[in-house]
Design a binder for this molecule. Structure first.
Ligand SMILES: Cc1cc2nc3c(=O)[nH]c(=O)nc-3n(C[C@H](O)[C@H](O)[C@H](O)COP(=O)(O)OP(=O)(O)OC[C@H]3O[C@@H](n4cnc5c(N)ncnc54)[C@H](O)[C@@H]3O)c2cc1C
Length: 538
């Protein structure tokens, strides 16, 4: 992964001239290209890990090769991939850096590391795929004298497959693509494809309650998790993994989404599906966002939910059209499908065995047509599928052109959707407009439920050189306040991390937050686990 951005060094997704021109003009960009500082110019604070603690950690994980404090290891593990983190990294000033990166190879080694860190007062930041977008990986020491990043990359692999029950047991450090490749050998799939799929770890997904692009069909990651094993500073917690149970409140649910503040998820039992024989994605155009979301509501509540749903508003539909040609390859999402660019685009998709895809597709499409939708065929769906993991690469290009670009995501009820969309959009326009950088704000529904849907806002504005962080903070505060005021969730799928922690009490309540604090102090009595994340300071 690039240290200053997203993706492999050998891959870039260039902006089309049409998209570049649209943004230059709408955001008054100066055309100046900004690159990252040289790697050697990234500033790192001094290492404060005590020699005895280092020695004990080396003994626990197999020697000095697995406890690294070289600049490259520290820089790569200094945080995640949020807009502010990338801005700071490109400027050579990350928020902090771990004193060392530790690579355990087993559940037992993780238990030992956490016990040592508790005894030596060293903070621990679990590191899965490194794709957190909410500050979940920022190397904060809290009250401890040093902080390590605990990279779970050696803890990978499929441990067992139960083809009869359709479950697999996996080690939590396994990356998404490696897991899908291993499952394919058994004709199985997890079907969990977040936009960040290329790099995520399965444990990181569980720790953040992640959601994939086909979540409306396969469900959220939490719905796939049947069992979880966690190493805490005081020992192992591994509630029995059963398909259903009435044995009190679900401890599994307390661990899923705990973002490394209680311990380290080391293993998971996942519900999987048979690999689909057919994937069918296609486009449907509606006159307005409201008409499209109403048609989706009716379809979902009539049990006609597609597996993939991506409803883009007018702005995002136009951006998709302008981005239609990436890397010299013309995507077939042509203007013929969206005459004179009026209307909004919905991508819907079904995956499964041939008969069931045909039957389900017919049901959904009948209802979407009845709701005012005009099908534009599978070419639009293929264009979406071809570029479904391109967005993070495009973000790097935008940063290089001096664009502030971020996404704020939430979810609410169907009846709350339109007012929420209006109020968050207005809050963002006002917050950035007041700073002299009127933004483009687009919105998208990408996950639907019986009672409501997610809403993701994409914000694009001219970044003010040297003021990007305060500009972003104004936008983030405005969006978060509007979301909380509307009674929507502060995060539908990115998690809380550091960036949402101050807003979480509005959702969980003060007693809810203090209950979490009590659980944390039971499992993590010396407060070494991921300080400053998820649970707001008392
Ligand atoms: C461009 C971009 C697009 C994204 N798109 C999506 C999307 O479509 N859907 C979505 O849900 N998310 C998305 N995300 C957010 C991110 O990819 C998810 O939160 C993902 O689940 C994180 O997985 P990871 O393995 O990278 O975890 P990391 O980023 O390494 O860690 C995330 C948090 O979990 C903790 N953690 C990691 N592993 C463990 C473990 N084994 N045990 C305990 N704690 C652990 C970390 O300390 C951290 O607080 C996106 C992020 C980016 C940058």
């Amino acid at each position: 992964m690039r240290w200053w951005g997203w993706g492999r060094e050998d891959r870039r997704v260039l902006l089309t001239p049409e998209l570049a021109a649209l943004l230059d003009s709408a955001l008054s960009l100066d055309g100046h290209l900004r690159g990252p500082v040289a790697f050697g110019d990234v500033a790192l604070r001094e290492v404060t890990l005590a020699p005895r603690a280092r020695q004990r950690l080396e003994d626990a994980v197999g020697g000095p090769a697995w406890v690294r404090s070289d600049p490259a290891s520290r820089i790569v593990h200094s945080g995640g991939k949020s807009y502010v983190e990338l801005v700071r990294m490109r400027a050579g000033a990350p928020h902090g850096a771990p004193d060392a990166v530790v690579f355990p190879a087993s559940h037992e080694e993780v238990l030992q590391v956490l016990a040592i860190c508790s005894a030596e007062r060293v903070a621990v930041v679990p590191f899965g795929g490194g794709t957190s977008i909410v500050g979940g990986l920022v190397a904060l020491a809290g009250a401890q004298h040093a902080v390590i990043s605990l990279d779970l990359g050696r803890l990978g692999g499929v441990l067992a497959v139960d083809a009869g029950s359709l479950t697999v047991s996996v080690a939590a450090g396994m990356r998404g693509p490696a897991l899908e490749a291993a499952l394919a050998e058994h004709d199985l799939t997890l079907g969990h494809y977040p936009d960040s799929f290329e790099f995520v770890s399965i444990g990181g997904c569980a720790a953040t309650r992640s959601v994939g692009q086909a979540s409306s069909g396969y469900g959220r990651i939490d719905q796939a998790i049947q069992g979880v094993r966690i190493a805490t500073p005081v020992g192992e917690l591994a509630p029995a993994a059963l398909p259903a149970s009435a044995a009190g409140p679900s401890l599994r649910e307390l661990i899923v989404g705990s973002e490394g503040v209680l311990g380290v998820i080391t293993g998971l039992l996942l519900r999987v599906r048979t690999r689909p024989a057919r994937h069918c994605y296609e486009g449907v155009v509606f006159e307005t966002f409201e008409a499209a979301s109403e048609a989706l509501r009716v379809a979902v509540q009539d049990r006609a939910t597609p597996d993939v749903v991506r409803l883009s508003d007018e702005l995002q539909t136009n951006l998709l059209l302008a981005a239609g040609e990436a890397n010299g390859r013309r995507a077939p999402l042509g203007r013929h499908g969206l005459r004179s660019r009026a209307g909004v685009l919905v991508i819907v998709g079904w995956e499964g065995q041939r008969d069931s895809v045909d039957r389900r597709r017919l049901h959904t499409m009948t209802l979407l047509r009845r709701g005012g939708g005009t099908p534009i065929g599978e070419a639009a769906g293929r264009a979406w599928a071809a570029s479904r993991f391109a967005a993070p690469y495009v973000r790097d290009e935008l940063l290089g052109r001096g664009v502030l670009v971020d996404q704020f995501e939430t979810a609410t009820t169907w009846t709350g959707l339109d007012p929420l969309r209006a109020s968050v959009t207005a809050a963002l326009v006002e917050a950035l407009g007041a700073r002299g950088t009127p933004p483009l704000v687009g919105s998208q529904i990408s996950h639907v439920y019986d009672t409501g849907a997610s809403l993701t806002f994409t914000v694009l504005a001219r970044a003010l050189d040297g003021q990007e962080e305060s500009q972003w903070r104004a936008a983030k505060d405005a969006a978060s306040a509007a979301i909380v005021h509307a009674g929507a969730t502060i995060s539908h799928h990115h998690g809380i991390g550091r960036d949402h922690a101050e807003w979480v009490a509005a959702e969980l309540g003060e007693l809810g937050v203090s209950s979490l604090r009590a659980l944390k102090s039971h499992l993590d009595p010396f407060a070494v686990m991921n300080p400053g994340k998820l649970i707001p300071a008392a």
